[in-house]
Design a protein around this ligand. Structure first.
Ligand code: A3P
Ligand code: MG
Ligand code: MG
Length: 382
């Protein structure tokens, strides 16, 4: 009885609605199998944000200099303009992977990692809602984050404080990475250890295949760097880098533990086994660096004030996907149909069909069918 009308919540009564598990009174869930992600391919974005099929943007982990200044280089930050998080590159990568490996039937979900992280962590999300666009084609669900024009503008016009704090995260990446393995960067006119000025156009991405319950998924996302270490057969291991305020009291510790949920899924979904957190002072000086093993995080937070249970998220994620697919399959199919999924904290998820104007907004005057690029649509429907 997940489906209930939303009459009291001010949303359309006829909209299908899925409630999510209460975290204050968590249900007993059966563990949902989640397959260890397997690697499909990597690609890079160049400084002009062009997609290239190589590892030119791949970085190696190096220890950052003690007390590194995360404000360093702020004025030289080349900031990629805010834009709609389109799925195009992932579709290119997936198409390429299918050509390389020959087919790959039965993929139930294709999405960027950020979207899947949002879905899975929703039960613990108390503040921020989100909207997704969804399309269903030949048995596969495609997801795209839906940001309104206002939201995009808001992100573009971040206040100086937010902007500086966002920069700290990128500066940490620069202090922690090098173009050469195991050796800090030494660049002309730059302090030793600085990995290069921040250009957020440049990204290294990994595409993996995995399975949550019955859903085979293809997921893509950015990987911050790799660390070479030989563990059995596996040689290079991916690393996720994060910054966080140094923990000074128990409340801050609980806040950090809560944040680990997002770090966990973000990393777990791409098969990133290690998360390196740079703790900093409020004005951006690095204090300590701590490495966490992704798979150990659930146990680390268990029983703590900021605890979370990944099983609850996976169970919810599988129910979310089944429910969404069910609603879509019950509706007569229409070419290019786009669905809008809205998550409201404390309320749950509602699903609606986008109308003509909504679809035009999603297409944004580009050569698309719904939000899928036309070339992909044609390949899939020919
Ligand atoms: P930190 O989160 O380490 O502080 P990611 O951690 O996903 O690799 O992202 C790198 C940095 O990009 C983040 O550093 C943060 O500064 C910025 N960033 C990522 N997602 C963001 C978001 N939704 N809003 C603002 N900044 C974000
Ligand atoms: Mg990153
Ligand atoms: Mg990171």
């Amino acid at each position: 009885d997940d489906v209930q009308p939303l009459s009291k919540k001010g949303l359309c009564e006829s909209e299908p609605h899925l409630t999510y598990p209460s975290i204050s009174n968590p249900p007993q869930v059966k563990p949902v199998p989640f397959q260890q992600p397997t690697f499909l391919l990597t690609f890079s974005y160049t400084p002009s944000h062009e997609l290239v099929w190589n590892d030119s943007a791949m970085r190696h982990y190096v220890d950052p200099p003690p007390g590194a200044e995360l404000r360093y280089g702020y004025e030289r930050w080349i900031k990629r303009p805010e834009e709609r998080g389109r799925i195009d590159s992932l579709l290119k990568a997936w198409t390429r992977a299918r050509n390389m490996y020959g087919g790959m039937p039965g993929i139930g979900v294709v999405s960027w990692r950020g979207v899947i992280t949002k879905i899975l962590t929703a039960p613990y999300q108390e503040r921020d809602g989100w909207d997704l666009n969804v399309m269903y084609l030949n048995g596969t669900l495609y997801f795209e984050e839906h940001a309104s024009e206002e939201q995009i503008k808001e992100n573009e016009n971040m206040n100086p404080r937010q902007r500086t704090q966002t920069y700290y995260g990128y500066a940490f990446e620069s202090w922690c990475t090098s173009s050469k393995p195991d050796r800090p960067e030494s660049l002309p006119n730059r302090p030793f250890g600085w990995g290069g000025d921040v250009d957020t156009n440049v990204q290294w991405c990994n595409v993996v295949k995995t399975k949550l319950g019955d859903f085979r998924m293809v997921i893509g996302g950015e990987v911050d760097c790799i660390r070479e270490r030989i563990v059995g057969e596996k040689k290079d291991a991916f690393v996720e880098l994060k910054t966080s305020l140094a923990i000074r009291d128990q409340r801050a510790e609980a806040r950090f533990e809560k944040k680990l949920l997002k770090f966990y899924f973000q990393s777990f979904l791409l098969g990133v086994p290690e998360i390196i957190v740079g703790f900093r002072t409020p004005p951006g000086r690095l204090t300590t660096v701590q490495s966490f093993k992704t798979i150990e995080l659930p146990r680390l937070v268990r029983g703590k004030p900021g605890a979370w249970d990944p099983q609850l998220c996976l169970d919810w994620g599988q129910r979310f996907l089944s429910y969404l697919k069910g609603v879509i399959q019950q509706t007569p199919p229409k070419d290019g149909q786009v669905w809008r999924v809205r998550f409201a904290p404390g309320k749950g998820v509602s699903i609606s069909v986008l109308d003509g104007e909504g679809v035009r907004d999603v297409e944004a005057g580009e050569d698309r069918v719904g939000f899928l690029p036309r070339w992909f649509w044609e390949e899939e429907t020919e």
